[in-house]
Ligand binder design. Structure first.
Ligand SMILES: NC(=O)c1ccc[n+]([C@@H]2O[C@H](COP(=O)([O-])OP(=O)(O)OC[C@H]3O[C@@H](n4cnc5c(N)ncnc54)[C@H](O)[C@@H]3O)[C@@H](O)[C@H]2O)c1
Length: 315
């Protein structure tokens, strides 16, 4: 782990202890040196997995990034290569550093090497059964002390953890783009050990993130707020109150959001949002149900930037 990141983590903790800001007695920060984490397994190399792998490799950890086939694994590595090349072009890192970071990431379609990883971060499809199948497979391969983490946007951590080592399972919810966004929601399941929660908080700080501890409720904090906001934006469009461009502008200039709700939906992708809306509707009722105009976009295949068209068109 990079010394700079560890120092940054310690400075933050010092400030927290000194001023007693939101200090949770059940969580003992930096109890464990992050140098314990030498190898991380990341499963899924899509929008989130590739960038989470990058966050770990940047901090000096070796990463095995696993996909369902080698083509997708290589695509994930290309995404990381592009991000690093931009950083080189902007003079933020040296070409040699880019090579070192890439050299720490093995992109693969097999579980070879997972027997020695200290932590697995899962970032595959937002479907309970698919995630359960994966965690059962991992349970049979990984060493007993390895910690399992899920980047789920909305599924209960207790439910995900029910099939494999629930005491050593924690939610680590990153935000897109994960290599840039500072926040990680750290979510304990019902049976998660307190030292595993502490590990999750320390791990996030060690990779330069700002963790917040959140109770295990559907959507956690950010997605409960975000999906309520997105739904209201879709309704405003549906009612003809304003155009999507003007609603985006209103949220940017009136609320200080960096992008408006329609642009943001396209970035996240409507198919993922649809799954999260469904889970939140089951948990909290009608207020999270998407209006017809959202469904029409889904039916038309306009699911966002990743397919070149969503609320907006992309080249
Ligand atoms: N997109 C976001 O903004 C965002 C933000 C936070 C959390 N998340 C969560 O992160 C997870 C991944 O989302 P994403 O946007 O990266 O999705 P994505 O579709 O871009 O990537 C998922 C990847 O997982 C791979 N995959 C599926 N099953 C697999 C398996 N068994 N083994 C290995 N790889 C497998 C797929 O091939 C795909 O490349 C989801 O749980 C999602 O809810 C997404």
């Amino acid at each position: 782990m990079g010394k700079q990141a560890l120092d940054a983590a310690r400075i933050k903790l010092y400030v927290n202890e000194k001023f007693k800001i939101c200090f949770d007695e059940s969580i003992q920060p930096m109890e464990r040196e992050m140098s314990d984490v030498k190898q991380v397994g990341v499963v899924g190399a899509g929008m989130m997995g590739a960038e989470i792998a990058l966050c770990c490799a940047k901090t000096g950890m070796d990463v095995i990034m696993k996909e369902i086939n080698q083509e997708l694994a290589d695509k994930g590595l290309q995404t990381i290569d592009k991000i690093l090349s931009k950083a080189v072009a902007k003079g933020k890192i040296e070409e040699a550093t880019k090579g070192e970071i890439l050299g720490r990431i093995k992109a693969t379609d097999s579980f070879d090497g997972f027997e020695s990883v200290d932590l697995v971060v899962e970032a595959i499809l937002e479907v309970v059964d698919i995630k359960h199948t994966l965690f059962k497979e991992l349970d049979a391969i990984c060493k007993p002390e390895c910690i399992f983490a899920s980047n789920t946007s909305s599924i209960s951590i207790t439910k995900l953890a029910s099939v494999a080592r629930p005491e050593r399972f924690v939610g680590l919810h990153f935000f897109s783009p994960a290599s840039v966004m500072k926040l990680v929601e750290v979510i304990p399941g019902l049976l998660t050990d307190s030292d595993v929660v502490a590990f999750g908080m320390d791990f996030c700080r060690a990779i330069g993130k700002e963790p917040v501890k959140v109770k295990n409720v559907e959507g956690f904090v950010v997605n409960r707020i975000l999906l309520a906001l997105l739904n209201e934006a879709y309704r405003l469009l549906d009612e003809g109150v304003a155009t999507k461009e003007d609603i985006d502008t209103a949220c940017r200039l009136g609320l200080g959001h960096p992008v408006g709700p329609f642009r943001l939906s396209d970035n996240v992708s409507l198919d993922l949002l649809d799954k999260v809306h469904t889970i939140l509707t089951e948990a909290y009722g009608e207020r999270f149900k998407v209006p017809g105009i959202f469904r029409e976009h889904m039916d038309a295949g306009r699911i966002g930037r990743k397919v070149g068209r969503g609320w907006y068109d992309y080249d």
